[in-house]
Design a protein around this ligand. Sequence first.
Ligand SMILES: Nc1ncnc2c1ncn2[C@@H]1O[C@H](COP(=O)(O)OP(=O)(O)OP(=O)(O)O)[C@@H](O)[C@H]1O
Ligand SMILES: [Mg+2]
Length: 313
Amino acid sequence: MIVTLTMNPAIDKTARVEALCPHALNRLGRVEQDVGGKGINVSKMLAALDQDSIACGFAAGQAGRTVVETLHSWPQGHITPDFVCIPGETRTNLKLVEADGALTELNEPGPAATAEQVETLTGRLLAHAGPETLFVLAGSIGPGVPPDIYGTLTGRLRAAGAKVMADADGPLFARAVQAAPDVVKPNCFELCQYFGVETTDDPALLVPMGRALTRRGVGLVCISMGAGGACFVAGETAWFAPALPVTPRSTVGAGDAMLAGVACGMDRHLPLEDCLRLGMAASAAACTTPGTRPPERAAVMELLNQVKLTNYR
Ligand SMILES: Nc1ncnc2c1ncn2[C@@H]1O[C@H](COP(=O)(O)OP(=O)(O)OP(=O)(O)O)[C@@H](O)[C@H]1O
Ligand SMILES: [Mg+2]
């Protein structure tokens, strides 16, 4: 079973506006609403792959109820929401898209959680943990949640026999790495930031950084490079895969889709290289849909045959 964690979910409202004018009244055109947050995006992609998941996290107020109900009645099914309710209101993030495609994002901080509520959520996660459970800890945290949360959770969930995948940036990523998760998925910017070096998408520089993490105990490092494709490092073995030729509509959430593809393969006990191929196909397919809306399973399967994964030394 796959369990995703979204500590700070959101309702993403995407609105069209002709040309945004600051300090003036802006009238919005069509407004679309999606439930989001990285763990939830992973659950949505898994559902598209006919893969069950339990979606955990914090939910607050009316927006929180909307998140839970939306996941509960997800068109393809496959998602079991298991959220801890906290006071306040789950965030609504407004994304304004101008006629020329320019994007302005207005993100709320989200509700604060107390140490006791974090412990309640941890207990909920631990109740799902066992040797056949794969946890996906992904995305930012709300106010009040300690920045070492992914490190702490990785330690406790692994002690219960579960596998852990972590995807976050900054201190959240650094503290997760300390606890040596089974899988991490930094993009090239996040990985370079962790090592304090200038951002690069050169596999010759990124693969040694990936190896430095596997030598610290991380099982698999998936380094995504947007349109530059991805590198993967497991132990001393490394691979490179060029991005698949798709016409992107929105690359937001492509990393989450990669995480979902790899998680799906691992949960089905596929050989490692097949997990990586599924990650590549899912992420490319996710680029062809608007926002973080998951693609059709058929689109992923068609791209799967085109993945070129080669050993990299
Ligand atoms: N323009 C593109 N064309 C084809 N594939 C793409 C493109 N952009 C992204 N991808 C695929 O998606 C993967 C993940 O993308 P990216 O590196 O942008 O993730 P990310 O920065 O973690 O994204 P996010 O955090 O928004 O989910 C890439 O490794 C690649 O396989
Ligand atoms: Mg990412």
